[in-house]
Ligand binder design. Structure first.
Ligand code: AP5
Ligand code: MG
Length: 190
């Protein structure tokens, strides 16, 4: 059983590569962004709170996000197969909380897969998706806010996981298959 964080900026391919990973390694995919979008679509109490942050490209508060993540891990029967965490952690407090909550359950993070993409390509990918599928935060103003939040609050996790000896930098440009091969090499220790 492997527990993997798929890490990267908005548009770096976390969701796309997670789909490949769950298919190949039979892991349990937890995407905090998808989870929040599902609540927003259903207009639940959490969804109404989450929407006020997501629509502005801001992170929802750490305490709330950590509580949701712990609840999700504890209630997903597939979690024991191993986790792909997509979009969590996004701040240093979230990373520390994750370490503790996994340790309390006899688990740990094995790999942090860092998808590294130049910023101009991130913007192009997100604008394209905004035109094609209409995700509401894929407009230029919110994309710029999301990238700003990434730079200031999330990017420092790269050093955090380098210090833990867990970070693998992946060149995440090229075809989806080429990138997936690079990720599989890391996971399988090639
Ligand atoms: P979240 O849903 O995690 O969004 P994000 O980080 O902005 O990233 P995306 O989902 O847009 O991109 P991705 O990296 O998954 O790339 P994808 O595969 O889709 O979070 C949304 C919001 O929720 C946050 O802003 C925040 O408000 C809140 N939130 C979530 N987690 C939180 C947390 N932990 N704490 C607090 N708040 C939280 O690919 C993008 C596009 O590029 C797609 O169209 C895809 O087809 C295309 N593409 C993928 N790979 C390639 C390739 N190789 N070449 C060309 N195009 C490609
Ligand atoms: Mg995503």
């Amino acid at each position: 059983m492997a527990n993997i964080i798929i890490f990267g900026a908005p548009g770096s391919g976390k969701g796309t590569q997670s789909e490949r990973l769950i298919a190949k390694y039979n892991l349990c995919h937890i995407s905090t962004g998808e989870l929040l979008r599902d609540h927003i679509a259903r207009k639940t109490e959490l969804g109404i709170v989450a929407d006020s942050y997501c629509s502005r490209g801001q992170l929802i508060p750490d305490d709330l996000m950590i509580e949701i993540l712990a609840h999700t891990i504890d209630n997903d029967p597939n979690a024991a197969k191993g986790l792909i965490l997509d979009g969590f952690p996004r701040t240093i407090p979230q990373a520390r909380a994750l370490k503790q909550l996994l340790a309390e359950r006899g688990m740990k993070i094995d790999n942090v897969i860092g998808l590294e993409v130049p910023e101009d390509e991130l913007v192009q990918r997100l604008l394209k998706r905004g035109q094609e599928s209409g995700r509401s935060d894929d407009n230029l103003e919110t994309i710029n806010k999301r990238l700003d939040v990434y730079r200031t609050q999330t990017y420092p996790l790269r050093d955090y996981y380098i210090n833990e000896g867990k970070y693998a930098a992946i060149k995440a440009t090229g075809t989806i298959d080429e990138i997936f091969e690079r990720i599989a090499d890391v996971i399988e220790g090639r």
